[in-house]
Design a protein around this ligand. Structure first.
Ligand code: ZN
Ligand code: FE
Length: 254
């Protein structure tokens, strides 16, 4: 079994800690801060073996050097971000495999939010750690990539098995749900999901992880082929990249 712990930090970030009980190896994904990570390690009696970064933004790499210094862990991140991610030991790219004990993750390049963004997909464990590429009912802003790149990245994730659990780095769900309903008010799956996530947040619980199936049913950025969304944007029959670009622009201004 792969243990997956979710550590909420800052306003809306999640750090994920993975632990393999056979090899006793432990990894954290996108550590913004070191103290919450060290606290969980101490509580569990685990040793940090690896940091996995999805991209270079400070809220994903902030604790890299402090954790490396205190634990001697290895840092795995995109080769193309070698210059801007602190402390990289293992530079990876599309198609590379990372292993935590017997648990293997494929590295998938998902440019768009940043040019070097990668995600980690544990196929057998049915878990995807997607950083700021895909959010519950939303997707990352385009800071460095083109809409076409981000559209292609999202299509790759959309094609993963439906039951894949999707672990995003941010809790942006309520705001995303509001926007999603504004472009697709008649989507009953979306209405239902809004109810569920509203109750979760009222109880101060996480709405993450989601699943690929749920995102296909509710995430407008996965649904640019829907005629109702195309109509809303005045783009019926347009190429999906064009619809995606318009939808992303509208979200930026929302
Ligand atoms: Zn980011
Ligand atoms: Fe972020």
């Amino acid at each position: 079994m792969l243990d997956i712990l979710q550590i909420p930090v800052l306003n809306d970030n999640y750090i994920y800690m993975l632990h393999d009980s056979v090899s006793l190896e432990t990894a954290v994904i996108d550590p913004a801060l070191e103290l919450p990570v060290l606290a969980v390690l101490a509580e569990k009696g685990w040793q940090l073996s690896f940091i996995l970064n999805t991209h270079h933004h400070w809220d994903h790499v902030g604790a890299n050097l402090a954790l490396k210094q205190q634990t001697g862990c290895q840092i795995i991140a995109a080769a193309s971000d070698r210059e801007r991610i602190p402390g990289i030991d293992v530079a990876v790219g599309q198609g590379d495999v990372f292993a935590l004990g017997q648990h293997q993750a494929q590295v998938i390049a998902t440019p768009g939010h940043t040019s070097g963004h990668v995600v980690y997909y544990f196929a057998e464990d049915q878990a995807l750690f997607c950083g700021d590429t895909l959010f519950v009912m939303g997707c990352g802003r385009l800071f460095e990539g083109t809409p076409g790149q981000m559209y292609a990245s999202l299509q790759t994730l959309k094609a993963l098995p439906l039951s894949t659990r999707v672990y995003c780095t941010h809790e942006y769900t309520l705001a995303n749900a509001e926007f999603a309903l504004s472009v697709e008010p008649d989507n009953s799956d979306l209405q239902q999901k809004l109810q569920v996530v509203t109750e979760l947040r009222a109880a101060k619980k996480a709405t993450v992880p989601t699943t690929i199936a749920e995102e296909i049913a509710t995430n407008p950025f996965f649904r640019v082929d829907c005629i109702s969304i195309q109509k809303e944007l005045g783009l019926v029959g347009a190429a999906p990249e064009i619809v995606f670009a318009a939808l992303r622009r509208r979200k930026d201004d929302y």
